[in-house]
Design a protein around this ligand. Sequence first.
Ligand code: ADP
Length: 281
Amino acid sequence: MAKHWSEPVTTALRADGQNVADLDTSATPGFTGDKRRGKELLAERGQVLSDLQEKLFAHGRTGGHRSVLLVLQGMDTAGKGGIVRHVIGSVDPQGVDHASFGVPTEEELQHDFLWRIRKRLPAHGQIGVFDRSHYEDVLVVRVHELVPQSEWEPRYDLINAFEREVADTGTVIVKVAMFVSLDEQKRRLRERLERPDKYWKFNPSDISERAYWPEYQKAYQDLLARTNTEYAPWYVLPADHKWYARLAVTELLIDALSTLDLDWPPADFDVDEQLRRLDES
Ligand code: ADP
C-alpha cells in the first residue's frame, strides 16, 4: 500500500454504483494525509511514476507490445488540464501521447464516433492520455440530443466492445471521471473571469452548460453503470481538491504500470565484450 493511504487507490475510487448526484466532491477517499503531505507526496510519487514509465518506454523500444491509456472525463473546470500538466508532466514527454477531443470536425462527423479515437490509441511503450474521449458521444451528445437516442443508446455496448479489443491488444485502460461541485465550478469560472492570465481558458458556453448539470449527472450515472468493466474500469474522482486529484491519478497510473510487471530489457549484446572494447578504445 502506498504511504499515507488507508486502502489502495484502486479500491478507494473504483466505481461501484455511487450516486453521482450525492457525491462528496471535496472528499479525499483513502488518503490519510493533509494538503501539505499530499503535495509532498506528489513529488515523491511522480518520481516513482517516471521510473515506471521509462521501463514501459524501454519495453516498447525493444519489441514489447504493452501500453497504458488514461481516459480523463469531467465537466468544464474539473481539472483535466491540471492532471495533464502536473501528473503526466512528471514523466518523459517522449513516452506520452496526449490527445484532446473537442467538437468533431466535418471529416470526423462523416465517420463513426470511434474513428477519431482509434487513430489516437497509444503506440507500444507509450502512455496515452485522452483529455475527453469517446465518452463525449454519450455525454454532451446525449444531453444536447445531437443525435437521436436510437443512435447514442447502442454506443455503450459499442464502447465496451471497443475497449475490450484495445485491452486485448495489450493496453491497460484506466478511466477517470472527475467531479467538482456546482459551487466549486462557479468559483473556478469566476477565477477565469477575474484573472487576465486565465481569460484564455474561459468559454461563455461553460456558463450555459451549468443549466444542464442534472442532465449531465444522469448521463454520467448511466455511463458509469454501463461501461464499468474489469478490462476498462472507471474510477470516480472527487476533484474539488486539486492536490488530491493529482495525487490519486498518479497512484492510479503507478498501479496500472506496476500490473505490467516490466523488467528492464536485457542486453542484446555481450556486456563484457563491449566493456573490453570500450577500454581499448
Ligand atoms: P476544453 O473545454 O476541454 O478545454 P475545448 O475548448 O476544445 O476543450 O472544448 C471541448 C468541447 O468539445 C467540449 O464542450 C465538449 O463537450 C465538446 N465535444 C467533445 N467531443 C464532442 C462530440 N463528440 N460531440 C460534440 N461535442 C463534443
